[in-house]
Design a protein around this ligand. Structure first.
Ligand SMILES: Nc1ncnc2c1ncn2[C@@H]1O[C@H](COP(=O)(O)OP(=O)(O)O)[C@@H](O)[C@H]1O
Ligand SMILES: [Mg+2]
Length: 274
């Protein structure tokens, strides 16, 4: 299987990362893809939104697997993976991961621990989405090292050039140092209120100023209480209300993400046949 690994990151909290990981994941599954979601935020909100009520009580989580990699212990591909209701797999996460993050500083190849895990399991999936923690610390760096690309969800009102510059700097460091093939798939505007002039004008000006350098997804995710309601029921937006505008938007985003992957594959084939 040719797996694409996507890290979903913005160092700000509450920008729609976990919501996007879940709904893009289920969207890809609905297109026949085999999907693993990795919750890489010690808060475990992705795990919770997939119906795991108390992630802190799990015996096995991402922290367990990263410890095994650090200690060079073998593990089965599906060890700790939870097969969720909506047909996607989850490597859950809980507060133990913050302990691992501090411990990582003392470890050799500390940026590459998550990659070792991902590389072992990726043969079983078409897509692996990593839901990152809101920081630019070692955990998101581990995700960038493990990933083929990054998606940056952001609310138009709070996307600052400075914040984006910081994220791009971390991206460039990882790309230069460890993972030269890393790409940015795009900035995704979330929780958009299309009635406000402010949201619309920020999106337009971002498209103009970044559009040449960084893709801004054509799809924007509207703000809707449906998202919070779905969250509380531990369901994706598709299972909760497949006809609402947010479900429609995540369906369109899924298509854009599949198109990017298809273009990359075609380019790879062209390069290979030259
Ligand atoms: N499109 C949306 N419309 C309304 N609320 C949303 C939307 N996307 C996310 N939210 C809500 O905003 C909060 C933060 O979203 P979340 O995906 O957890 O962000 P992050 O993972 O970046 O911290 C959650 O309460 C979530 O239910
Ligand atoms: Mg989150």
């Amino acid at each position: 299987m040719n797996c694409k690994v996507i890290a979903i990151e913005n160092q700000k909290g509450g920008t729609g990362k976990s919501t996007t990981a879940l709904n893009l994941g289920v969207g890809l599954k609905m297109k026949g893809k085999k999907v693993l979601l990795i919750d890489a935020d010690p808060q475990g909100s992705l795990s919770i939104s997939l119906g795991i009520k108390r992630p802190d009580e799990l015996d096995v989580s991402l922290a367990t697997l990263m410890s095994k990699v650090i200690d060079n212990k073998p593990f089965d591909d599906d060890y700790g993976i939870i097969h969720c209701n909506e047909g996607i797999d989850l490597m859950p996460c809980n507060v133990e991961l913050s302990g691992i993050e501090s411990y990582l500083f003392t470890v050799m190849s500390r940026e590459c621990i998550m990659r070792t895990y991902v590389n072992q399991v990726k043969k079983n999936y078409d897509y692996i989405l990593i839901d990152c923690t809101p920081s630019l610390g070692l955990l998101p760096i581990n995700a960038f090292v493990a990933a083929d690309s990054i998606i940056v969800p952001s609310q138009p009102r709070i996307l600052s050039t400075k914040g984006l510059d910081l994220l791009l700097r971390t991206y460039s460091q990882v790309k230069r140092g460890i993972n030269p093939d890393l790409k940015i798939d795009g900035i995704l505007f979330t929780m958009v209120d299309s009635r406000t002039v402010n949201d619309r004008s920020v999106i337009e000006s971002m498209r103009e100023s970044f559009g040449m350098k960084i893709n801004v997804f054509n799809t924007v995710i509207p703000a809707s209480v449906r998202v919070t309601e779905a969250n509380m029921e531990g369901k994706s937006i598709f299972a909760y209300d497949g006809k609402c505008k947010v479900a429609d938007a995540y369906k369109k985003l899924t298509k854009e993400v599949l198109d990017i992957a298809a273009r990359e594959k075609a380019r790879f084939r062209d390069d290979g046949s030259r």
